[in-house]
Ligand binder design. Structure first.
Ligand code: ADE
Length: 264
């Protein structure tokens, strides 16, 4: 297994690169790819930057040039439903490009000539991420987030959701817009700007991908308020601890599977 980990923002990636054993940096296509071991897992960490094209280029490069076998995307998102709150965690079940509209030639949201509106995320990776997120909330959350930041963002009992994530080249900060997307996309839990592009690349190249997001805002008029503060003091911590727990659990699964295969 070689795990590609894509983050959209520098603050989220920084902790992971610092945690890497024997890190080695390669620059390609205006991006820094960090190769090394993360908690015994062979990993490549990279900052995609923002938007679907940036994310698609990064994902394709991870596969074609760096030989990753699995892709994990971590980042922040706006809430896509009233049941989802700031500080909650969402894991993608499937992903849709909400700004794709080639109607009347193709149905709204369908990526032309793929026959698909929804691109699946890998079920097993998603289940492992759910476990890692739950372990984070149960064991790390209290210590990892500064009490002042918990109070400022009203983080008391964060929850985990699994469902549909919608991506588009828009920062959604308008109540009518998010309500319209919620109505048009049943099961929507979050909106962001990259995940569905990564899911399409992984689908077409035939490798498993997973997307996990911390909810930073309600995708309404206040969405941009304190955005960077949230990324630095909350989301970066979530991403670090969840990826750490994901790698530790994954390593255990690999060791178990190989000793079972060896009849130990
Ligand atoms: N990422 C975080 N919040 C977002 C929003 N409201 N719209 C798009 N991407 C986001």
């Amino acid at each position: 297994m070689r795990l590609g980990i894509i983050s959209a923002l520098y603050e989220e990636q920084q902790g992971l690169v610092e945690a890497m054993e024997r890190p080695y940096k390669l620059i390609h296509g205006e991006r820094e790819y960090w190769l090394g071991q993360l908690w015994e897992i062979d990993a490549v960490c990279v900052l995609s930057r923002i938007g679907k094209v940036a994310a698609a280029l990064t994902a394709a490069t991870l596969v074609e040039k760096f030989g990753v076998t699995h892709i994990l995307f971590t980042g922040v998102a706006g809430a896509g439903d009233k049941t989802v709150q700031v500080g909650d965690i969402v894991v993608a079940e499937s992903l849709v490009q909400h700004d794709m509209d080639a109607s009347p030639l193709f149905p709204r949201f369908e990526v032309p000539l793929t026959g698909l509106t929804h691109f699946p995320a890998d079920h097993r990776l998603g289940a492992r991420l759910m476990d890692a997120a739950q372990s984070f909330l149960d064991n790390d959350f209290e210590e990892a987030i500064d009490p002042l930041e918990k109070a400022a963002f009203h983080l008391s009992r964060p929850r985990i959701h699994r469902g549909l994530i919608a991506s588009g080249d828009q920062f959604v900060n308008d109540r009518e817009h998010i309500n319209g997307l919620n109505a048009a996309l049943p099961g929507l839990v979050a909106v962001e700007m990259e995940g569905a592009a990564v899911a399409q690349v992984c689908h077409e190249l035939g490798l498993p991908c997973a997307v996990i997001r911390t909810i930073s805002d309600n995708a309404n008029e206040n969405a941009a308020t304190d955005f960077m503060r949230f990324v630095k003091s909350v989301a970066a911590r979530y991403a670090f601890h969840i990826v750490r727990r994901f790698c530790l659990e994954t390593e255990e699964t690999i060791v178990q599977a190989s000793s079972e295969a060896a009849g130990v």
